[in-house]
Design a binder for this molecule. Structure first.
Ligand SMILES: Cc1cc2nc3c(=O)[nH]c(=O)nc-3n(C[C@H](O)[C@H](O)[C@H](O)COP(=O)(O)OP(=O)(O)OC[C@H]3O[C@@H](n4cnc5c(N)ncnc54)[C@H](O)[C@@H]3O)c2cc1C
Length: 324
């Protein structure tokens, strides 16, 4: 456990840990790392430090942390797998909460309603898919190759051509910043294409999904097909966020970016992928190394160039957060 600041730290993280009294009154089951670089926690491998990166082991530790951040009026940011996040070079102020250790997947009414699956927000999407496969439950095949956690997936209404979270969610549970539990039905979540109306200041803690019994061969066939489809189209082995932009109504962001002649276009170490133009990726072979500023500059350039060429302003799927 790394609770409390390192002895020689005089950074923001150390001050914050002391404001939260983590040394005098440690929170049992909380790992708190001061000044933790967000490049360690995002698939883009970019971003400045989180003042205090906090990972609770259980719900009690999470509740204790939220109670202290609330009384001390400290800003809180939630990060899941960091697969859709571009953190600016100055990093994240305040406490950053990650739920990767709250990752249970279960069948709460196994005997009467085996198709109901409860998922904690820190469970990886891969874990949820495997759970469903081993029980011959269909409905989450769409998660094949979608990285990240349930929490981030719900916020984003993540999905593929096989479906999206809106298709399987019964209800979502979250905590507001005072630590009160809030439950929302599927329609109250306001799911839409790669977005939801789930409040930004609530921490998603879990969801209840309704799957359906399905022959295993059919599930495996769909999953294998989706994985192969992705393997052929998507860049591999370079830091990325998947699709950078949402597809505009009736068209594809990748098609527009390619038609604007932007494939291979770069800014510093940030590049429009040659394999799929809607994937803006990081070239790790360049010096100086790619910064978030490079990638944000490239995103803005693509937005302007596509608008000039086609009169369409692309909307971002990637979430840009933090300070310059
Ligand atoms: C290789 C690759 C392929 C991808 N393919 C797809 C795809 O096919 N389809 C697709 O939809 N997406 C895709 N993505 C994007 C990404 O995987 C999804 O958006 C994913 O659902 C994000 O989940 P996450 O846990 O990583 O969220 P993060 O990136 O960590 O966060 C995303 C948002 O959710 C919020 N958040 C995260 N957890 C919580 C929580 N517990 N409570 C409250 N807020 C929270 C964050 O604050 C942020 O606003 C891909 C990304 C990569 C890198």
């Amino acid at each position: 456990m790394t609770q409390g600041p390192p002895a020689d730290s005089d950074g923001r993280g150390a001050r914050l840990a002391s404001l939260l009294k983590l040394s005098e009154e440690p929170i049992v089951g909380l790992s708190a790392t001061p000044d933790d670089p967000m490049r360690r926690h995002t698939t883009l491998r970019l971003g400045g430090p989180a003042d205090l990166w906090c990972v609770p082991d259980h719900a009690e530790a999470l509740a204790a942390l939220l109670s202290r951040t609330h009384s001390a009026k400290i800003p809180v940011t939630f990060v899941g797998g960091g697969t859709n996040l571009l953190v600016r070079d100055g990093g994240l102020r305040g406490v950053v909460i990650n739920l990767r250790r709250l990752n249970r997947v279960s069948q709460p009414r196994k005997d009467t309603e085996p198709e109901l699956v409860a998922v904690e927000a820190g469970a990886s999407t891969g874990r949820v898919l495997n759970y469903a496969i081993t029980r011959a439950l269909g409905g989450v095949e769409f998660l094949a190759g979608v990285p990240g956690t349930v929490g981030g997936g719900l916020i984003m209404n993540a999905g593929t051509y096989l479906g999206e979270f809106i298709d399987v969610v019964v209800e979502v549970e979250s905590l507001n910043l005072r630590g009160d539990l809030v439950r929302r039905s599927n329609t109250e979540c306001g799911f839409r294409y790669r977005d939801s109306a789930l409040p930004k200041d609530e921490l998603i803690t879990g969801a209840l999904l309704r799957l359906r019994p399905r022959p295993l061969e059919e599930i495996e066939r769909d999953v294998a097909k989706l994985r192969e489809h992705r393997r052929q189209r998507e860049p591999m082995g370079v830091p990325n966020n998947g699709s950078t932009f949402k597809n505009p109504e009736g068209d594809y962001a990748g098609r527009l970016i390619e038609a604007a002649g932007l494939k291979g276009h770069r800014r510093g170490g940030a590049v429009v992928s040659e394999k799929h133009a809607n994937w803006l990726v990081v070239d790790r072979e360049v010096a100086p190394p790619c910064s978030s500023r490079d990638l944000i500059g490239l995103i803005e350039h693509v937005e302007d160039a596509v608008e000039r060429a086609f009169g369409v302003r692309l909307l971002r799927e990637v979430k840009i957060i933090g300070e310059d």
